[in-house]
Design a protein around this ligand. Structure first.
Ligand code: TMP
Length: 221
C-alpha cells in the first residue's frame, strides 16, 4: 500500500502551523495512520541544520547562497530517506510543513538559478512529488505584521527565523514565486486565500484534501 504525501506552503505568517495542526487533528480523529513533519528540521540532522540555517551565526558570517541551498537540500535528502519515504511505504498519510516549493520560492527569490534547483531536485527527490500542496496565499504586508506581533509577544531575541527581518520586497518576490508555481502546477497545488477566518480556511483545505484521501482509500466521514 502507498500512502499519501501532502505538503503545506506559504509565506511567513500565512497560518501554516495553525492549519497543519487542525488538519492533523482531524486526521487523527478519523483514526488514520499519520506522520507530521517539517522542513527544515524533520530529522536529527535536520534539526541541527535548521539551527544553522535560521539562527544568526555568532560570528556574524552569513551563508553564501549556494551553501544555504545545499544545506536545505541536505535536510531534504535526510528527511526523505529517514521519514517521508518509509512512512509512505507503510501506507501513511504524510503531512509536511514546507517542502521543495519553499526552496524554489525563497532561494529562487534570493537569486539561485532554476537550473541549479532542477539539478538538485533530480538528485534528491528522484521523481517523488507531493500529491497535493496546500498553498496558503497572503499579502506579505499583512502576514509579516502577524509575525512581528508573534515575535514581540515572544521577545524579539527568541524570534526563530532570520528571514523575518528581510525586506518586504523579498517576501513579495517569494509570494510571487509561489503563485507562479501554483499556476504551473494547477493539479497539484491548491491555492487557498489565507486571509479568510481560520475556520473557513480549514474548510477550504479540507474540501481539497478529502477527495484525495477518499481516492486513496482513506475514510473521510
Ligand atoms: P518555518 O518556520 O515556516 O518552517 O520557516 C523556515 C524558514 O526557512 C522560512 O523563512 C522559509 C525558509 N526556507 C527556505 O528558505 N528554503 C527552504 O527550502 C525551506 C524548506 C525553508
Amino acid at each position: 500500500m502507498q500512502g499519501v504525501f501532502i505538503t503545506i506552503e506559504g509565506v511567513e505568517g500565512s497560518g501554516k502551523s495553525t492549519q497543519l495542526l487542525r488538519l492533523s487533528e482531524r486526521l487523527r480523529r478519523l483514526g488514520h495512520p499519520l506522520t507530521v513533519s517539517k522542513e527544515p528540521g524533520g530529522t536529527f540532522l535536520g534539526r541541527e541544520l535548521r539551527r544553522l540555517l535560521l539562527e544568526r551565526h555568532a560570528s556574524g558570517e552569513t551563508w553564501c547562497p549556494d551553501a544555504e541551498l545545499l544545506l536545505f537540500y541536505a535536510d531534504r535528502a535526510q528527511h526523505l530517506e529517514k521519514v517521508i519515504r518509509p512512512a509512505l511505504a507503510e501506507g501513511k498519510i504524510v503531512l509536511v510543513d514546507r517542502f521543495e516549493d519553499s526552496t524554489r520560492a525563497y532561494q529562487g527569490a534570493s537569486g539561485v538559478a532554476e537550473s541549479a534547483l532542477d539539478r538538485l531536485s533530480d538528485l534528491v527527490l528522484k521523481g517523488l512529488r507531493p500529491q497535493l500542496t496546500v498553498l496558503l496565499d497572503m499579502d506579505p504586508e499583512v502576514s509579516l505584521q502577524r509575525v512581528e506581533v508573534r515575535n514581540l509577544s515572544l521577545g524579539a531575541e527568541f524570534a526563530e527565523t532570520r528571514f523575518d527581518e528581510a525586506e518586504l520586497d523579498f517576501h513579495r518576490r517569494v509570494r510571487n514565486r509561489f503563485l507562479v508555481i501554483a499556476k504551473n502546477h494547477p493539479n497539484r497545488v491548491a491555492l487557498i486565500p489565507a486571509r479568510d477566518p481560520v475556520a473557513q480556511v480549514e474548510a477550504t483545505i479540507w474540501a481539497r484534501v478529502a477527495p484525495l484521501l477518499r481516492s486513496a482509500g482513506f475514510g473521510v466521514d
